[in-house]
Design a protein around this ligand. Structure first.
Ligand SMILES: C[S@@+](CC[C@H](N)C(=O)[O-])C[C@H]1O[C@@H](n2cnc3c(N)ncnc32)[C@H](O)[C@@H]1O
Length: 283
């Protein structure tokens, strides 16, 4: 019995090492969690991304800091709350925001395969900077997806319209001859056989998706589900350099993709680990 367990462990370790070796060219001691087709790295992305192999991932989903933690107020669960998310979300100067975005986008471009694509989500606080930086770094924007929240928090100040949308930019390398992956027929088939539009409507992240702990900006799973199904195939490798609670990872594993998540906050990776473990139990 003990021997079978040991063999199982050894096999698991080898498959994980294969995944690590396949995607990282430098050994890092910062592997926080590894299992089958998932890898979580506890490190600043600016340090971890250069250690990855060039052109080794098929898709990148990035939900970078929005820089909106400015001391304002909002509503959550019927209560007045601060809009401040965490220190990683506090304001930078315009120049710093732009430099931050250009830098991680450049690093991501190096690890992305030529036919791979990059998705970036954001709000008015950062998405225009991101769009500009994408073009400067040699990406072509394929779509500007508007995620319309069906149940947005009310606008307490009543000095402008209720904020009820976020934007997700979808981009590919600006190299003409290479075809990127787009599962057009699948998107059409899950949309009553009509072409899928660039406005996606749905609720804020459900409570049931937060049962393993809270992350201040956790994305709903249905959003990542559509992104992953639209632009990858089974067995593809997905990277999220701002992993958060690993929503991208949970949906990737569910859909038989490989996942690499990077975050520099241990508490979030612990939450991610619990979510991924739960997903593996369901497979
Ligand atoms: C907007 S949240 C991502 C939320 C995620 N999409 C989810 O569904 O849970 C951004 C995350 O990026 C992480 N982060 C910010 N700067 C980072 C950096 N330089 N390197 C690695 N992670 C970073 C934060 O800790 C935070 O968890």
């Amino acid at each position: 019995m003990l021997r079978i367990e040991m063999v199982k462990k050894l096999l698991l370790l080898t498959s994980v090492m294969k995944m690590f070796d396949k995607h990282f060219r430098v050994k890092t001691s910062n592997t926080y969690y590894q299992k089958d087709n998932a890898l979580l790295i506890l490190e600043d992305s600016f340090k971890a991304l250069p250690k990855m192999k060039a052109k080794s991932v098929d898709l990148i989903f990035a939900d970078p800091p929005y820089f909106l933690s400015n001391g304002g107020i909002s509503v959550s669960g019927g209560k007045q709350v601060s809009v401040n998310k965490a220190s990683w979300d506090e304001g930078f100067s315009l120049k710093e925001k732009h430099a931050f975005n250009r830098r991680w986008i450049r690093m991501c471009k190096r690890v992305l395969k030529d036919n791979g694509t990059l998705w970036v989500s954001g709000t008015l606080h950062n998405i225009y900077f991101v769009g500009y930086a994408l073009e400067q770094e040699g990406f072509k924007i394929l779509n500007n997806i508007t995620w319309e929240k069906s149940n947005p928090p009310p606008n307490l100040a009543c000095r402008s319209f209720t904020h009820s949308t976020e934007t997700v930019l979808w981009a590919r390398k600006d190299e003409k001859k290479i075809k990127h992956i787009f599962n057009y027929k699948l998107m059409k088939s899950i949309n009553d056989n009509k072409q899928m539009k660039d406005v996606w409507r749905g609720s804020l992240t459900k409570k049931s998706e937060k049962s393993f702990g809270k992350h201040p900006t956790q994305k709903p799973e249905y959003l990542l589900e559509r992104i992953i199904l639209a632009s990858t195939n089974e067995g593809d490798v997905i990277l999220d350099p701002f992993n958060g609670s690993a929503t991208t990872g949970v949906v990737a594993i569910r859909n038989k993709r490989h996942y690499i998540g990077i975050d520099n906050v241990e508490e979030y990776l612990e939450l991610s680990k619990r979510r991924l473990e739960n997903e593996y139990k369901k497979l």
